[in-house]
Design a protein around this ligand. Structure first.
Ligand SMILES: Cc1cc2nc3c(=O)[nH]c(=O)nc-3n(C[C@H](O)[C@H](O)[C@H](O)COP(=O)(O)O)c2cc1C
Length: 245
């Protein structure tokens, strides 16, 4: 009988462990090309994001104590400024130094393999559709216009909060951005990076009185198709619904 210890989870953890000897050997993966840190859609219609608004909020400790996954939202829209503030909190650039732009969330090796897309359902002054977040220019790039809420709800195992949220954050990984350096071990780091980004979003949403729930259950390729990404070099890894309470 197969044991859970033979499954892919344990196998993956075993095979990507560092020990004092193996850290000096490299996985047998051949040369790995290094992709650029930024993705952009030069042909896409572009929406400038307003300046984020960092109003005085309660203390960090009170916000941490209040943070909860919230799955029920009112149908009220959020503003563009609120959206911009959430994007900035989750993954905005906070420091340019040497050849790097550092962000609100840490990233292994400052390689930033996680991209952000948004499915806009109810945001004032922004058409419903799928947008890509251009981190460097702090702008949105339009990928497709429509209300993708229902489609995405089905792709997220019928979790109603997906379509009910004012916006769905969709995070993907460009795997090679981390793999050229960390080889097989990169998968660990990619998911840690996504966790940091998700927590930033949850904390910011709590501070702004919004509801937010991170989502790991979805049919990956159904979401990849909506984003028009290949599911290998770039693939969806995490979602978060955000709405008014
Ligand atoms: C990686 C991850 C995946 C999750 N996926 C889902 C999900 O698919 N659906 C859902 O309703 N909640 C999901 N959650 C939220 C958890 O259920 C929630 O964090 C947990 O019940 C603890 O509650 P709290 O966040 O309010 O403290 C996920 C949370 C994490 C961290």
């Amino acid at each position: 009988m197969m044991s859970y210890k033979d499954g892919i989870a344990y196998q993956y953890l075993r095979e990507t462990k560092y020990d004092r000897e193996s850290i000096l050997r490299r996985d047998d993966l051949g040369p790995i090309p290094r992709p650029p840190v930024y993705k952009n859609y030069p042909e896409a219609a572009r929406i400038a994001l307003p300046k984020p608004a960092f109003e005085k909020t309660e203390s960090l400790w009170s916000i941490l104590n209040q943070r909860r996954s919230r799955r029920r939202y009112t149908p009220d829209p959020i503003s563009m400024t609120t959206l911009a503030t959430l994007l900035r909190a989750a993954q905005g650039i906070t420091l340019s130094a040497r050849d790097y732009q550092f962000r609100t969330a840490p990233s292994a090796g400052a390689l930033y393999p996680v991209e952000t897309y948004l499915s806009i359902h109810r945001v004032s002054d922004l058409k419903q559709g799928i947008y890509h977040f251009n981190v460097l220019d702090f702008a949105l790039e339009e990928i497709g216009q429509d209300n993708f809420g229902e489609h995405l709800t089905r792709a997220a195992l019928d979790q109603a909060m997906v379509g009910r949220g004012a916006v769905l954050f969709i995070w993907t990984a460009i795997v090679l951005r981390a793999m050229w350096k960390y080889r097989n071990r990169c998968i660990r780091y990619i998911f840690m990076d996504a966790g940091h980004i998700g927590q930033n979003l949850q904390v910011a949403a709590t501070a702004m009185g919004l509801g937010c729930c991170c989502i790991g259950a979805f049919y990956d390729d159904e979401i990849n198709q909506i984003l028009r990404i290949d599911g290998e070099e770039e693939t969806v890894i995490y979602l978060a619904a955000v709405g008014n309470l």
